[in-house]
Design a protein around this ligand. Sequence first.
Ligand SMILES: CC(C)(COP(=O)(O)OP(=O)(O)OC[C@H]1O[C@@H](n2cnc3c(N)ncnc32)[C@H](O)[C@@H]1OP(=O)(O)O)[C@@H](O)C(=O)NCCC(=O)NCCS
Length: 349
Amino acid sequence: MAPVEDTAGAGIVAIGAYAPRHRMVNDEWAQHIDTSDAWIYTRTGIKARHIAAAGESTAMVAARAGNLCLEAAEFDPAAVRWVLVSTDTPEMWNPATACFVQAELGATRAVALDLTGGCSGFIAGLALAEARARLGEPVLLIGCEVLSQAMDWSDRSTAVLFGDGAGAALVMPREPGRPAFEIMNIYARTDGRDADILGKPYGGTRNPLTPELVREGHHHRIVMHGPYVFRNAVTKMAEAAQAALEDAGLRLEDVDLVVPHQANQRIIDALTDRLKIPRDKVFSNVEEYANTGSASIGIALAEAIAAGLIRAGQIVLTVAFGSGFSWAASVWRVTGVPPVRSELNRGPS
Ligand SMILES: CC(C)(COP(=O)(O)OP(=O)(O)OC[C@H]1O[C@@H](n2cnc3c(N)ncnc32)[C@H](O)[C@@H]1OP(=O)(O)O)[C@@H](O)C(=O)NCCC(=O)NCCS
């Protein structure tokens, strides 16, 4: 019997990334709250973050990255079948942020949905995107956060950690000869028993806002048990990385580049040490953008490609952890470097 060619499969064929123009360095934070550049940098590796302008909403930031991605691919927006926006800082309660993005992009044949998956939402969203792309349906997946609108600017233990931005990926069925990050495997897990440890609990149906709660500042309160989150981020990302590779029949030594979620340089370093990967194989740009939640992997990919760190024939591993708790990893074979367009307004390094 003639061998059957395995044509099923999907990959990322273009990347778009956007970060707002205003670049806020640590010293600027020290003017608002009792903190310092030294504290922030030594505890997190962060030097700057980008902050959305007044009136620059999540859908606007997401649409910018989505547009850049479609331009990079030279892809007709009307051919997109799904617009998936992974965000924890939505445009509004209802409708989904993705609806505004879909309209802005002119993705007239697309279904638009949001995913609230925490900082690992981009990879979990990729699992859904892959499933539809395998069937021949182009998916635009966008991770986007405007955390500067959601956080409490007077809470030094959380506010200094976050930034705004968006990363987008066009996910398409496998097409021989087309440069892509071919998705070999995705591993994703959630443990909702830790749902209260990290998140923004007020304003939904469990804790509806009242005038009193708003007066007390609960509408922008972010809950985070820092050290517990730190420990779990390291162990769960290590678990996801190893499981994703094992299921793909690969070992850590086979990986050419790891692109982790950018939350904190110390978390990235601890993960690197735990997995015993050489540090030069692990990409980081948390210094420039801080933690941009579900946007961080798309932004990191755009910069890793621009830096020439990703080449045809390589194996790339991406891994993330966030509220939920949720954690995920994905392994890709680089058949060729996908085109990228970005507008990241990077500051001087
Ligand atoms: C938040 C985090 C950076 C704190 O680092 P840490 O080394 O654990 O610091 P600690 O919690 O021990 O805090 C030490 C002190 O610094 C203080 N502090 C907190 N934020 C500060 C700031 N921005 N500037 C100055 N001091 C600060 C604390 O109040 C505490 O003071 P105290 O000892 O007098 O009570 C770290 O726990 C972390 O990164 N956790 C994971 C967070 C994360 O990534 N979340 C998102 C996951 S997707």
